[in-house]
Design a protein around this ligand. Structure first.
Ligand SMILES: Nc1ncnc2c1ncn2[C@@H]1O[C@H](COP(=O)(O)OP(=O)(O)OP(=O)(O)O)[C@@H](O)[C@H]1O
Length: 322
């Protein structure tokens, strides 16, 4: 976590407001009477990786599509890559790289043929060179003749990223690119993202993985269409002012159920053979746990997201269920 903090502060010192590649304010979107995105304001700086998190159906894809000009907001305004999201969506679509949730390339073409086909659609000059470069950058050269159909999830996602990168976009919008991909392939993918960010490429990425969230420079957490928290992982954890204890051993489910009755306890979460117990008042929390063997630990990002999600559900879930 210390390493992440140093990286975040280094990144902050390099970033200034005029570098915003995405700058949107007050975006709203309804589908029928469903208010799917509510007053969303978000900025992404040059070379910044912003992680977009939130439960299923909370409006992340809808927000991404509004930011890259694929969907018009019902209200709100903003710029993406310097273009107005309402009136210059064609320019945004041309210049941003967008990777959708579902693999959308041609299964019966090889990796090279897929990239060549995309390069043709983009009408890129010097196609062979551009495709060779993308294959090399994404480590796909040795597999270039393999059919997309036969690729594992991790390689498919690499192919999709290579296709996004053919035009050297300054902004990548990646919608759950690593869903269902194994940990090694995810790690390689993130190394690639950090490499691109260090070259000035901005990345907005949605994910459900906590380890990936911790690798982002900044996070935005959205639930039921509401942006609940925004900032570095550290600042989001601090903002909720939760104190957490850990209990290990057996009967964790029973312990959890009995502790939940205490007013000093905001939440209990079982992680494998460990129970995390969090509360706002450290003394009351300590008293509530005095009959058990427990250790104070740093509240994790996952504890905080579970807390935020629970509270949003309590506040908005029943009325605004999406
Ligand atoms: N074109 C559409 N027409 C009607 N409803 C839609 C449309 N697109 C999305 N929705 C609804 O809007 C809500 C938000 O969907 P969205 O895909 O933006 O969420 P998400 O946070 O990206 O979810 P996930 O993590 O599952 O991908 C959902 O209830 C979804 O069913």
């Amino acid at each position: 976590m210390r390493f992440i903090c140093i990286r975040v502060s280094l990144w902050k010192s390099l970033l200034n407001a005029s570098d915003a590649v995405i700058d949107v304010r007050g975006l709203n979107k309804y589908f029928g009477d469903k208010h799917v995105v509510k007053d969303l304001s978000l900025q992404v700086g040059r070379g910044e990786i912003l992680g977009f998190l939130g439960p299923n159906g909370s409006g992340k894809t809808t927000a991404i599509r509004m930011m890259c000009g694929l969907l018009t907001p019902d209200s709100g305004e903003g710029h993406c890559l310097g273009y107005d999201i309402r009136t210059q969506s064609d320019a945004i679509k041309r210049e941003a790289g967008y990777m959708t949730q579902k693999f959308s390339y041609w299964e019966d073409l090889s990796i090279r043929e897929n990239l060549d086909f995309v390069a043709r659609i983009y009408e890129l000059a010097n196609r062979k060179h551009v495709v060779d470069e993308a294959l090399e950058t994404l480590g796909l050269t040795s597999r270039s003749s393999q059919l997309a159909r036969s690729l594992s999830g991790g390689w498919k996602q690499r192919l999709a990223l290579a296709a996004c990168m053919l035009r050297h976009p300054k902004l990548l919008l990646l919608d759950e690119p690593t869903a269902g991909v194994d940990p090694n392939a995810r790690r390689d993918f993130w190394e690639e993202l950090h490499e691109l960010a260090s070259q000035g490429v901005s990345v907005l990425i949605s994910t459900h993985y906590m380890d990936e969230a911790e690798r982002c420079h900044k996070l935005a957490y959205i639930a039921y269409g509401n942006l609940l928290a925004q900032g570095s992982a550290e600042s989001i954890i601090d903002s909720q002012k939760l104190f957490t204890y850990e209990i290990t051993g057996s009967n964790l489910m029973e312990i959890s159920k009995s502790l939940e009755k205490s007013p000093a306890i905001e939440q209990t979460v079982i992680f494998g053979s460990t129970l995390h117990v969090s509360g706002k008042d450290p003394i009351a929390l300590e008293n509530a746990l005095s009959h058990l063997r427990s250790n104070a630990i740093a509240t994790s990002l996952e504890d905080v997201f579970i807390y935020l999600m629970k509270h949003t559900r309590d506040n908005y879930g029943e009325i605004h269920e999406l």
